[in-house]
Design a protein around this ligand. Structure first.
Ligand code: RET
Length: 279
């Protein structure tokens, strides 16, 4: 009795607590992304002009992800009906879909990857070359995963085969990202030389959550799996986009200051703000 193209969300009933936890998770996710548009627009002003595109791109990612997550939230509300004791899948056939997430990643992932060579201030042709080389495996990874996730309500063959193909593209992507991180290490000023390595581990830990969320339906079609999966997606989203953007902006603030950009030095408190000297 599986609905074609449905995710497991549309096939399980939820307790009151599970339904509201799910609503809360999705609400916090889109709320956080929308709120941080302001942070990234504001934080630009202290960065040296050549770095300002990086937080601007974060603001763009926030808007795009916020809209997508708002849609997931309304799907969630539309999918379930209270029957007096449980939230059951709506009888009119309205279904939940995680597929829109993959559509959203198609936009956000190439932007997130392009932020890396931009933040490391690599030479212009190098930025373009690396952005393209990272985006190709990333898009192939997302689109093969998209095909696979449509198989999560079946016998898992489609889920696993496409998941495996997608993982191969992920490995290719990891190799490309590592190359960019190495180039970034070489281009970072000495006091910030540790930063690219830390970012590398952060990248692996946060992007690595997505395949776990993808594979989770194999643990069973239960309300707990549904809620835990939305939680995993949310943790991954907030860390790979929002906190990642904050980390890059902080790095660029320190880098701008090291390169002698006065507003950055003032923002960090390294030199007194104009007009406050001697206070
Ligand atoms: C899929 C399919 C299963 C195998 C693998 C996957 C990897 C997904 C990743 C997604 C990253 C998304 C980000 C979105 C930000 O907006 C497609 C789930 C390896 C790594 C960072």
């Amino acid at each position: 009795m599986s609905t074609p193209y449905a995710n497991i969300e549309s096939l399980v009933s939820l307790t009151d607590a599970q339904f509201h936890t799910g609503s809360l998770i999705l609400m916090v996710s889109y709320g956080a992304h929308f709120a941080f548009i302001l942070y990234f627009l504001w934080t630009q002003k202290d960065l040296a002009p050549r770095y300002r595109l990086v937080p601007l791109l974060s603001a763009l990612v926030m808007a795009s992800a916020g809209l997508s997550l708002l849609r997931e939230f309304s799907f969630w509300l539309e999918t379930y009906q209270w029957n007096g004791s449980l939230y059951v899948p709506a009888e009119d056939g309205t279904t939940f879909s995680n597929a829109f997430r993959y559509g959203n990643w198609t936009i956000t992932v190439p932007i997130l990857l392009t932020q890396l060579p931009l933040a490391f201030a690599l030479a212009r042709p190098e930025i373009r070359r690396r952005a393209i080389r990272m985006s190709i495996p990333a898009l192939l990874m997302i689109w093969t995963g998209l095909v696979g996730q449509f198989g999560e309500t079946g016998d898992f063959t489609q889920l696993n085969i496409w998941g495996l193909i997608s993982t191969l593209f992920f490995v290719w992507l990891i190799v490309e990202v590592h190359g960019t991180i190495r180039a970034g290490k070489a281009a970072s000023p000495a006091p910030l030389a540790e930063f690219p390595d830390k970012l590398w581990w952060y990248f692996l830990a946060t992007w690595g959550l997505y395949p776990i969320a993808y594979a989770l339906p194999q643990l069973g079609m239960t309300g707990d799996v549904v809620v835990v999966r939305q939680l995993l997606f949310s943790i991954a989203d907030i860390s790979s986009k929002l906190i990642y953007g904050v980390i890059l902006s902080r790095y660029l603030l320190r880098r701008s200051a090291l390169e002698g950009y006065l507003p950055a030095q003032q923002a960090l408190g390294d030199v007194p703000a104009t007009g406050t000297a001697g206070r």
